[in-house]
Design a protein around this ligand. Sequence first.
Ligand SMILES: NC(=O)c1ccc[n+]([C@@H]2O[C@H](COP(=O)([O-])OP(=O)(O)OC[C@H]3O[C@@H](n4cnc5c(N)ncnc54)[C@H](OP(=O)(O)O)[C@@H]3O)[C@@H](O)[C@H]2O)c1
Length: 380
Amino acid sequence: MATSRAWTFSHRGSPTDVLSLTSSHPIPTFPPSLNPSEQQEWILIKVSFAALNPGAIFQMALIPTFLRNKTCIPEMDLSGTVHDVWHPHATIESNTTSTRFRKGDKIIAMIPASHALPTGSGALTEYVALPARFAVHKPPQASFADAAGCLLTGMTAHQQVVEAGLRPGHRVLVNAASGGIGTMAVQMARHAVGPEGFVVGICSARNVQLVESLGADVAIDYTQHTNNKNNSLPAHLAQTFHTNPFDAIIDTLGHQSLYANSPAYLAPSGTYSSVGIKPPDFSIPAFLRAVWQMKLNEWWPVSRWLGGVGRLWRGVSMMEPTLEHRERIAEMLRHGQIRVVRDSVWRFEDVKEAYAKLGGLHARGKILVRVDETVGDDEC
Ligand SMILES: NC(=O)c1ccc[n+]([C@@H]2O[C@H](COP(=O)([O-])OP(=O)(O)OC[C@H]3O[C@@H](n4cnc5c(N)ncnc54)[C@H](OP(=O)(O)O)[C@@H]3O)[C@@H](O)[C@H]2O)c1
């Protein structure tokens, strides 16, 4: 049996505690062991780069073992080349049916939780077999490294822009504008509101220049504000924008206080579009409280007479994105409408250190891992 290297985990805990690097992970073979009768194309990918996402830390720390495969490989975003193609009705060698992919194609893929949890499949491995609908062709202009970092963040940011109902001329506030999703959201928001619109980003001082270079008219340094009622960030936003409020707020981190105070700086018809609610840590009680708050925001009446916040809250979910969602982001990358900001690129052996950086919640764009230096033609 041919084997390859992969990062795996079986127990629940932090990446440092539960991840281990194995060189004896079996290279998947076709036909796929999962429902081979399914009428769909599969590809075996030789992975070039993987991108890290906070969601993988949640997966390792929180998901009980009975809800997932016993042993899992983390991460959902990757780039690479097609090593093999399989289709139930095709002998690929004889080209009897047309498949979306051919051996050697350069691709990017995003593995949804609905596939990753039951199969244990993930991006931090040298070879992964996936239904072809999870992958799209890599735009030739984009490097393998950048392309690996665009799908989950790009699709989430795009969904937020759609939920926010942005139109040309709108005024929009983007929270956590320097993170993986935030850097995408600023670029997409700028595109949606046009030059006549107004984009404000919230980030720390070291990222102000970056956020403005991505299309924000102004970036606000949140570290200048404290929990003190008069000097808080919501108090500053209320003071600065109450006479000319935002048409939408895109929160790429999920700060409840920003939502709870939003009537002071978000127009009555405006939407607060959020990735969820940020739990204070990666523990189960904190996570359950965050989910409860999210459901309250979603289901409780908006009306202040009924105890609501007074502004519409919409949460986005990237549990089951479609092929069209993936194609849209690849197109944006192809046309230069978005670019991927690289926080850092890590060696495959240094994945635990890369997760320590991600877990600090101060990534500047994407944290990337070079899985296999022989795949792709990137310079780094
Ligand atoms: N709903 C969904 O489907 C979905 C999908 C993907 C991700 N998510 C969630 O979305 C969140 C963000 O993901 P991501 O990949 O963008 O994370 P990320 O790349 O780690 O970005 C985190 C960003 O947050 C900023 N930040 C930290 N503290 C802040 C504060 N107090 N105020 C404003 N900004 C602050 C940091 O900027 P500074 O360094 O400047 O502080 C950093 O740029 C995660 O919780 C993730 O789990 C949800």
